[in-house]
Design a protein around this ligand. Structure first.
Ligand SMILES: [Zn+2]
Length: 318
């Protein structure tokens, strides 16, 4: 009120104001300093009281991600059967120490940048967090292929649509597995020829972004299963070539394309370290490479953001 009074006095140039708590000669600057001191005192009091009572100053924890990331989140939440929701979906959680929960969220490649709320719910309590999603910086990739692999006739289009339908079905299949999404190793060591998210141009025409990671290696190099899982689809596809889809549970599904040949079978369980196939150049490929794609609960995520266990122990931050 005093501040407002001073402001109004200054605005209408009243030289002899009638209401003043201090000397009439006090300058506006002195009043501003007094107001500032008062605000700082109130803030400090709040901090001291909060710390004394053990109240958290920030009610919600915050997480940062870019498009295509898998984010590991956690919360302290007493009670059993915690569940986690974000982007309108449920995400897998794992119990940590007593009253502590760990969860994973997949940020789709096309997720709009912005702030999202994550909701934790246990039998008796609720908690929330905030996820900041930033735009990913994806490079441009240009490839040149034979005309029939860029402009499709009716027969090719029918095959492409059937291939997409098979993939969609496989991505939605349920696989029962342990609650962990950490892989033991990458399926192939080699040079990344096209990174995840690359904006692609085929024969100069813009195409949908690259939803996997292309790893180049000599033809015939074994591709190793990074985690135990069930073979959901084995198919020779028009663009993806010889393709194997494996489900690892908790909505984690991986696709391996352009293989030299197909020799695993749908419905079988593949152990960690088992051979999925060999590097080839079937389908639309400019050289021998593996296209490794990862879907997590329907989100198209960067294979490089999967947590990797080293010697049975997880890398820092995973
Ligand atoms: Zn690819």
């Amino acid at each position: 009120m005093i501040c407002l009074k001073v402001a109004s006095d200054l605005l209408i140039f009243r030289h002899k104001p009638r209401v003043f708590a201090v000397s009439p000669n006090t300058s506006a600057a002195a009043w501003a300093v007094a107001c500032l001191i008062m605000l700082v005192s109130i803030s400090l009091t709040f901090v001291v009281v909060s710390l004394t009572l053990g109240m958290p100053l920030a009610m919600a924890r915050e997480w940062h991600a870019v498009q295509g990331d898998i984010v590991r989140v956690e919360t302290a939440l007493p009670g059993e059967h915690a569940s986690l929701r974000c982007f309108g979906k449920s995400w897998p959680v794992k119990a940590g120490a007593t009253g502590h929960w760990i969860g994973w969220i997949g940020v789709d490649l096309g997720q709009k940048p912005g702030d999202y709320t994550l909701h934790w719910t246990s039998k008796t309590r609720k908690a929330s967090g905030r996820l900041h999603v930033k735009r990913g910086h994806f490079r441009i990739s240009r490839i040149t292929v034979k005309k029939e692999m860029a402009v499709f006739d009716a027969r090719a289009l029918a095959r492409i649509h059937a291939d997409h339908a098979s993939l969609r079905k496989a991505y939605g299949m349920y696989v029962n597995a342990k609650p962990d999404i950490s892989i033991v190793r990458k399926p192939l060591n080699g040079i990344v020829s096209t990174p995840f998210g690359a904006r692609r141009y085929v024969n100069g025409e813009p195409r949908s972004p690259h939803t996997g990671l292309d790893i180049a290696a000599p033809e015939g190099t074994p591709i190793v299963n990074p985690l135990a899982g069930r073979v959901l689809l084995v198919k020779s596809m028009f663009l993806n070539g010889n393709t194997v889809v494996i489900g690892y549970g908790l909505g984690l599904v991986m696709v391996y394309s352009h293989l030299k040949s197909l020799h695993v079978h749908e419905g079988t369980w593949l152990k960690t370290g088992a051979t999925i196939g060999e590097v080839g150049r079937t389908g639309r490929a400019t050289g021998p490479h593996l296209h490794w794609g990862v879907r997590f609960n329907g989100a198209r995520v960067n294979p490089d953001s999967l947590p990797v266990r080293v010697g049975g122990r997880k890398k820092q931050g995973t």
